[in-house]
Design a protein around this ligand. Structure first.
Ligand code: PH2
Ligand code: MG
Ligand code: MG
Length: 174
């Protein structure tokens, strides 16, 4: 048996990951998503938001989404974390190709990574459109209301500005 290889001597960086699903029992997919993050190498799951039902952004002829946000500490760099999130999406049964804004069984979006602002062909952090998406900001406000989104201000202020259109909290265990 070989112990899992983990980076050592690196700082633990707080990061926030959006989870979304609108296919194949979306709440169950979100729960599986949290579980997958809890087992990710070099990463500790620290906090989980409530679950939200939200009407689709993009094409309307698709099921409502269930959205949530996970707070982690990670020793992975942003690119490595992104690669792992894509790998987990595949393991959790996400099939390609997926149309832009189209339905999906599981979606992980790297929302925030420490205080970094990243703009590369593969990665935009903070996530593009975060300020307009109540299905990101409301769950994020559950676990990190005072967090400052680099360049944008506090999660609490952004969330109250984003409003409550098309979104509701799902009661626990419903
Ligand atoms: N994700 C999309 C497209 N549209 N709409 C909602 N409400 N929630 C999502 O997570 C979402 C979406 C593509 O990732
Ligand atoms: Mg997404
Ligand atoms: Mg995505």
């Amino acid at each position: 048996v070989t112990a899992e290889r983990e980076p050592v001597g690196l700082p633990w960086i707080p990061a926030y990951i959006g989870i979304g699903s609108n296919l194949d029992d979306p709440r169950a997919q979100v729960v599986r998503g949290f579980s997958a993050l809890a087992h990710l190498r070099g990463t500790r799951l620290i906090a989980g938001s409530r679950h939200y039902r939200s009407t689709p952004l993009g094409p309307k002829e698709q099921p409502d989404y269930v959205n949530a946000v996970a707070g982690v500490l990670t020793r992975l760099d942003p690119e490595a974390l992104l690669v792992e999130l894509k790998r987990l999406e595949g393991e959790l049964g996400r099939t390609q190709p997926i149309t832009r804004w189209g339905p999906r069984k599981i979606d992980f979006d790297l929302l925030i990574y420490g205080e970094q602002r990243i703009l590369t062909p593969s990665l935009t952090v903070p996530h593009a459109g975060i300020a307009e998406r109540n299905f990101v900001l409301l769950p994020l406000a559950d676990i990190a209301p005072d967090l400052l989104v680099p360049g944008l201000g506090s999660v609490r202020a952004l969330a109250s500005r984003a409003g409550l259109d098309g979104i509701e909290v799902l009661p626990l265990g419903s």
